[in-house]
Design a protein around this ligand. Structure first.
Ligand code: SF4
Length: 371
């Protein structure tokens, strides 16, 4: 606890705020691409403390939020089938699809279970050989090694009644897409520490050089984030544009090589649609052909399913930083955590839920405000 407490120390945080506001000769625009960082920034008021020096834009860093509607609808279609046990992390259960969510499929008799690991789903498949067990493999590079391991083990064990609905996305192509957008305002990025703990940060180096933006690999505690911002502001003030690692206690330049190797053996890059953003070339992972027997989309024939994102949810504008959540007309009225219209209001990492909880806290209703 002592170790963590240092990263929440008010005196250290205050010194970093002073360093940033003193150093900035103009107001810079930075984007964090991590839902955990978004929640820390909003909950701790970091964006407000730094408002004169830095505008913080919340990027597409919540994996649940960027999962497109069509992938949710594929999950719902598979979960509703009679012989299926559909497994998922708990945060996907209330993400609305076109007609309902996974919780409602369960209420109608579907066998939807929350698991804590894809290996738990594989264990279920071995326990119920007469049923088809599907795991909803959502997430950035962080969760890909465990999902790759589950598929690898399933093949090794000869388990044929297990498959994964893959919705993996990767961060560097999303940063590139943001920088390529004609209306881009972002001048520097905080990259997610947990993603880089797996993948390292070599992929960010050509992006920083090509687009002349600092990219700081950053942790999740308030002091981590303030230090990451201070490093980005220092680079901007000095005209530098490099990848730097604030999160040295967890991240090495090449990441975790055995995990990267496993991911590369099981998955390959593919074009992937992002919710509200559209398809970003080579921004996702899919199973390699030799693992196609474990591809739930093929097994259940839902590959061709296409749907249109709902017009009244502005998730795409929120996820690309064009608006802040309260600027969506549905925020806090037609869209609340109890009755969400879009994933960013459901997910524990979503920007809309972060702002909603903050508003609730300010009204004195006891929201999830941390220490
Ligand atoms: S407040 Fe709700 S409707 Fe608006 S962008 Fe966020 S999730 Fe979508």
């Amino acid at each position: 606890m002592r170790y963590l407490a240092e990263y929440r120390d008010p005196a250290i945080a205050k010194a970093l705020i002073d360093r940033i506001t003193t150093r900035a000769t103009r107001r810079w625009t930075l984007m964090e691409v991590c839902g955990g960082q978004t929640h820390t920034i909003v909950r701790q008021g970091i964006d407000e403390f730094l408002d004169s020096a830095v505008e913080m834009i919340h990027g597409p860093g919540c994996p649940v939020c960027v999962t497109p509607l069509e992938q949710i609808d594929k999950a719902l279609a598979i979960a509703a089938q009679p012989n299926v046990i559909f497994t998922s992390f708990g945060d996907m259960l209330r993400v609305p699809g076109s007609d309902c969510d996974l919780q409602q499929v369960r209420a109608r008799g579907g066998d939807v279970k929350v698991v804590y690991s894809p290996l738990d789903a594989l264990a279920l498949a071995r326990k119920h050989p007469e049923r088809e067990v599907v795991f909803f493999a959502v997430g950035f590079e962080t969760t890909a090694p465990a999902n790759a391991m589950a598929v690898w083990r399933a093949r090794e064990l000869g388990v044929r009644n297990f498959s994964v609905l893959v919705s993996h996305v990767t961060v560097p192509p999303a940063i590139t897409a943001i920088l390529e957008a004609p209306d881009n305002r972002v001048q520097g990025f905080l990259a997610a520490g947990h993603v880089c703990a797996v993948m390292g940060y070599t992929e960010y180096e050509p992006i920083a050089a090509r687009y002349r933006v600092p990219i700081i690999v950053t942790g999740f505690e308030p002091v981590d984030i303030l230090e990451g911002i201070a490093m980005a502001v220092a680079q901007l003030e000095e005209g530098r544009h490099e990848v730097e690692n604030q999160y040295v206690r967890s991240v090495r330049r090449l990441g975790t090589e055995p995990a990267r190797a496993l991911v590369a053996q099981v998955f390959e890059l593919t074009d992937r649609p992002w919710r509200g953003i559209g398809t970003i070339p080579m921004s996702g992972l899919r199973l390699r052909d030799e693992f196609s027997a474990y591809d739930a989309e093929r097994k259940f024939g839902v590959e061709g399913l296409r749907v249109t994102e709902p017009a009244d949810c502005r998730a795409g504008d929120v996820l690309t930083g064009r608006i802040k959540p309260p600027q969506c007309t549905a925020f806090g009225t037609r869209c609340t955590p109890e009755h969400p219209l879009g994933a960013p209001m459901v997910s524990s990492e979503g920007a809309c839920s972060a702002y909603f909880n903050l508003a609730k806290y300010r009204r004195g209703e006891g929201a999830e405000v941390g220490a």
